[in-house]
Design a binder for this molecule. Sequence first.
Ligand SMILES: [Ca+2]
Ligand SMILES: [Ca+2]
Length: 188
Amino acid sequence: MSRVAPALTDHEVEELCVCTPLRPRDIAAIHAKFHALAPDSDGRVSCSRLERMRELAANPLASRLCAVFSSRGDGSLDFIEFVDLFGCMAKAAPLDIKLSVAFRVYDFDGDGFIGRSDVEDVIELVAGVPGDHSGALLSRDEASAIVSRVLAEGDFDGNEKISPTEFTKLLRRVEDFGRTFVMSVTHD
Ligand SMILES: [Ca+2]
Ligand SMILES: [Ca+2]
């Protein structure tokens, strides 16, 4: 049973607008969304609930995004982390913020690099387990070719993994990355 959402004060809204590119009406919509997701007694919403939200439902990397913003590392978010997610993914968020979020999303094992296994994990989430006959979009060979191509293009120093600096260099070449790595607040 969700409790009645405590209203945000004007001062709290103002503070959240200063720390993010979000507007007061976005903050109000985000606040309503958060409480509609029925946070638990710790004030957190689990990853599985968050993934059902309209903004994340069609995103194959939703669970990774939640994990990146979760201070508990389990994908659950409190209200401030939830606002942070929308703020970093806003259209108007600075490119370096988006690059840093994208890097952490793709760095599945959290070792500070995007390696072969991270790229394989991304492919698995987006296209299913390669070669799996029950609906994978890629064969094992196709998946392996993609992994090799990503590393060939992004691993500039040839150590078989992509560092944050290499990642930035790679993605700056992708003209519309900043415009497409976006999760806009929907207003009902
Ligand atoms: Ca990694
Ligand atoms: Ca490298």
